[in-house]
Design a protein around this ligand. Structure first.
Ligand SMILES: Nc1ncnc2c1ncn2[C@@H]1O[C@H](COP(=O)(O)OP(=O)(O)O)[C@@H](O)[C@H]1O
Ligand SMILES: [Mg+2]
Length: 275
C-alpha cells in the first residue's frame, strides 16, 4: 500500500477539516478578484503544468488536462508518456514548478492530496488502489475517511451501481477478480461524494467484456453529474466515450479534441490507434 495517495498526510486529517470554513471564505475572495479569468474555466484543470518527481528532471512540459461538468475527459498516449504523472500532478502528489491546478475556479495548486479530497476530488490511482486484506465493505468505509456524517446511503448507492460488491461485501478485496477490484477502487473513491472523479487506467488487465461493463458504469457516474478525468490504455474504446480527449507524448499535449475528432484524425489513427 506504499502508493496509497492518502497515506503521507493522514495526520493532517483533523486540521484540514476544521479549516474548511476558513478556506471557503478565501475562495469567495479569490473568485471576486479573478472572476474575469475564470469565465469558461473547466471544472477541473491542470493548466500548463511543468514538473517532475522530487529533484529529478521535468516529466511534464506545459501539459494541460481538464474535465468539464457533465463530461468524460480521456487521456491516452504511449507508455511512459506521463499520463499517470499528469494525474498525480493534478492530485497534488508531485511538485508543479510552472502552471496551476484549479477546481471550480479555485487555485488549489499548493494543496495536499488530502486537502484536495476535502475540496471534492476523488482519485483512483493506477496501482495499489485497494486494501487487499480488508473486506470490500471495509474498503468502502476507508474511502469515507474524511466524512463525519452517516455514509450508509452513499454505500447503498455504490452497491446499486456495482451489485456484485454487495454480494461480496464480506470477502477480502484481494480475493476478487481484476474487474471487481476496480469496482472496489472506484466505489472507494465515490464514498467521499466527490465533485470530480479521476481514474488512472480503470480497465487495466480486464477482459473486453468487463471493460465494456466498467465503461458503462463510468458513463453512469458521469450522468449523475460527476465529471470524469480518466487515463485509458484502450485508446479506441475510450475515445468512443470521450467528450474531450488528450493525447500526451513525452509529457506534452500532442493532440486535443473531442473523442470523435481524435478518432477521425489520420495522424492520431496512424500513431496511436494502429491505423
Ligand atoms: N515515482 C517516480 N519517480 C521518478 N520518475 C517516475 C516516477 N513515476 C514515473 N516516473 C517517470 O515518469 C515518466 C512518465 O511515467 P508515467 O507518468 O508513469 O507514464 P504513463 O502513465 O503515461 O505510462 C517515465 O519516464 C517514468 O519513468
Ligand atoms: Mg500510467
Amino acid at each position: 500500500m506504499s502508493d496509497n495517495p492518502y497515506q503521507d498526510d493522514r495526520g493532517n486529517k483533523d486540521r484540514s477539516i476544521t479549516n474548511k470554513g476558513g478556506s471557503s471564505l478565501e475562495t469567495v475572495d479569490q473568485r471576486f478578484g479573478n472572476s474575469k479569468a475564470l469565465i469558461n474555466d473547466p471544472f477541473l484543470i491542470g493548466d500548463a503544468m511543468t514538473g517532475g518527481y522530487g529533484k529529478g528532471p521535468d516529466i511534464l512540459h506545459s501539459c494541460t488536462i481538464a474535465a468539464e461538468k457533465g463530461e468524460i475527459a480521456v487521456i491516452v498516449g504511449p507508455n511512459g508518456a506521463g499520463k499517470s504523472t499528469a494525474m498525480k500532478a493534478v492530485f497534488g502528489m508531485l511538485n508543479v514548478n510552472e502552471g496551476a491546478v484549479r477546481l471550480d475556479g479555485e487555485d488549489i495548486t499548493h494543496l495536499t492530496p488530502q486537502q484536495r479530497v476535502v475540496k471534492g476530488m476523488g482519485f483512483v490511482p493506477q496501482t495499489s488502489n485497494i486494501f487487499t486484506s480488508m473486506t470490500v465493505e471495509e474498503n468502502l468505509e476507508m474511502g469515507a475517511f474524511i466524512r463525519r456524517d452517516d455514509f450508509r446511503d452513499t454505500m447503498a448507492q455504490i452497491y446499486d451501481l456495482f451489485p456484485i460488491l454487495k454480494d461480496k461485501r464480506n470477502q477480502a478485496a484481494g480475493e476478487l477478480s481484476g474487474g471487481q477490484r476496480q469496482q472496489v477502487a472506484v466505489g472507494r473513491a465515490l464514498m467521499t461524494q466527490p465533485k470530480v472523479l479521476m481514474l488512472d487506467e480503470p480497465t487495466a488487465g480486464v477482459s473486453p467484456i468487463v471493460m465494456d461493463e466498467l465503461f458503462d458504469r463510468i458513463i453512469e457516474v458521469a450522468r449523475t453529474g460527476i465529471p470524469i478525468l480518466m487515463v485509458e490504455q484502450n485508446a479506441r474504446q475510450a475515445l468512443e466515450i470521450a467528450d474531450k480527449a488528450y493525447v500526451l507524448v513525452q509529457g506534452r499535449n500532442a493532440h486535443t479534441g473531442t473523442g470523435k475528432e481524435l478518432l477521425a484524425d489520420p495522424e492520431v489513427r496512424r500513431s496511436f490507434l494502429g491505423g
